[in-house]
Design a protein around this ligand. Structure first.
Ligand code: NAP
Ligand code: F7E
Length: 375
């Protein structure tokens, strides 16, 4: 089947990896970028010569531009299908719309709550409306929404986890097992959002469900836990750390790194793994929601130590590192603990994360070291 993908947020971390993944699968990819006064296409510039890739301008907060871009992409998908019919029979045109556009920085959302709501919630609504108004059968147009584990906020579920089973001679004392309550979030964990960003994402998440139930749209929300990469925005804590560590490795006399809350725990995976899950969701028989994560959680402090270790440091605690705690970097309200359970995605999509925590940290540090060396 000939397939066309439309990606809102193509210039972001995930947009760039998703574009590469879909081009690799033979998709025609149309990326939507917003107009900016300085170039914002750095993450996709290397794809400029790809014959199956094109960039168009649009802004998710502008309903007129969204509806034009969606309509034009549908025309492209239809024409592509007509052309491919001469080569092979096909079930019909297929357009996959991925909405990755958002004001995605949680702390910034406290400073810009209205802008965040417009881009993150109303932007999603504009895309849903544009698809609904195409009025084509649901198997032809499929929609993916970038939901977030931030929607869980302070909420988690708990269950008993066996940490050690005791045995004595031939007798295995199940009753003597040592257990602890482990915390996790999955598709049935309640939401308790703790920032304007999370509230906007949750509103969008419910809109996706509504359009699926009320209008029969093929729509999925991927509830993704934190995912990072060599292309991660420099204001997120992981990249801020790895970029600093790379400079520190070359010059130990630089100013210390200023950070906020080191005690928060996050379930960090690699973005390249997570975009595969987005695509898989749209290949199912019906639209559904999936938690995507690694199932492991680490504190910011652990990430910090791992990053310094990747650069050769033997420090075992933060106190011996060039790090200063800056209370202005604390958030008015914090999400203390995120750790997902992606059993459903493993079972239904056949997806699993490939990049473990230590490798993620190493890849980011080494990439930033190479960039530092290039100046
Ligand atoms: P990102 O790097 O911040 O990318 C966000 C993208 O949205 C950028 O391309 C940005 O364009 C675009 N954008 C923002 N406002 C827009 C507007 N008004 N119109 C059109 N495009 C607009 O984020 P990411 O890490 O790739 O994440 C992708 C999506 O997943 C986001 O929706 C994010 O909230 C969500 N998410 C991320 C994570 C994570 O850990 N990375 C986890 C869960 C969910 P510019 O390049 O012009 O700024
Ligand atoms: O913060 C703490 C901070 O900004 C992680 C987005 O992709 O994932 C991301 O949101 C933790 C927080 O990511 C600094 O307080 C300490 O506890 O890297 P972050 P985030 O807020 O978890 C979710 C799933 C998304 O959906 C979002 O789009 O690190 N922290 N010191 C700091 N954070 C930052 N940014 N900067 C610091 O200096």
């Amino acid at each position: 089947m000939s397939k066309t993908a439309l990606i809102f947020g193509v210039t972001g971390q995930d947009g760039s990896y998703l574009t590469e993944h879909l081009l690799g699968l033979g998709y025609h990819v149309i990326g939507v970028r917003r107009r900016t006064s300085v170039p914002n296409t750095g993450r996709v510039d290397h794809l400029a010569g790809e014959p199956l890739f094109k960039l168009v301008c649009g802004d998710v907060t502008d309903a007129a531009s969204v509806s034009h871009v969606v309509w034009q992409a549908w025309q492209d998908a239809y024409m592509e299908w007509r052309r491919s019919l001469q080569i092979r029979p096909s079930e019909g045109p297929r357009l996959e719309v991925y909405n990755l556009a958002a004001q995605s920085h949680v702390k910034a959302s406290f400073d810009e709550p209205l802008h965040t709501t417009q881009a993150t919630y109303l932007g999603c609504l504009n895309v849903l409306e544009a698809i609904r108004r195409l009025d084509v059968r649901q198997e032809h147009v499929r929609f993916y929404q970038a939901s977030s584990s931030e929607m869980f906020g302070a909420a988690f579920d708990t269950r008993a986890r066996v940490i050690e089973e005791c045995s004595e001679g031939a007798i295995h004392w199940k009753s003597m097992s040592l257990t602890e309550r482990e915390r996790y979030q999955d598709e049935s964990t309640p939401f308790l959002p703790c920032s304007p960003y999370a509230i906007a994402k949750l509103a969008a998440h419910h809109a996706v469900r509504l359009y699926r139930d009320a209008y029969g749209l093929f729509a999925c929300s991927g509830i993704l836990h934190n995912h990072e990469s060599e292309r991660r925005g420099e204001e997120f804590v992981t990249r801020k750390i790895t970029k600093y560590v790379a400079r520190w490795a070359r010059d130990k006399s630089i100013e210390p790194l200023r950070l906020g809350n080191l005690n928060a725990s996050r379930d960090w995976g690699h973005a390249e793994d997570y975009v595969r899950a987005m695509h898989l969701m749209l290949q199912q028989e019906k639209g559904d929601d999936f938690v995507i994560c690694t199932g492991e959680t680490h504190t910011v402090r652990e990430f910090l130590l791992a990053a310094f270790k990747a650069a050769g440091s033997e420090a075992e605690n933060v106190e011996s590192l060039p790090v200063v705690i800056d209370s202005s970097l604390y958030r008015p309200s914090e999400v203390p603990y995120l750790r997902g359970d992606c059993s459903k995605a493993k079972r239904v999509l056949g997806w699993k994360p490939e990049v473990p925590f230590e490798e993620l940290v190493r890849r980011m540090v080494y990439s930033d070291m190479r960039a530092t060396d290039r100046g």
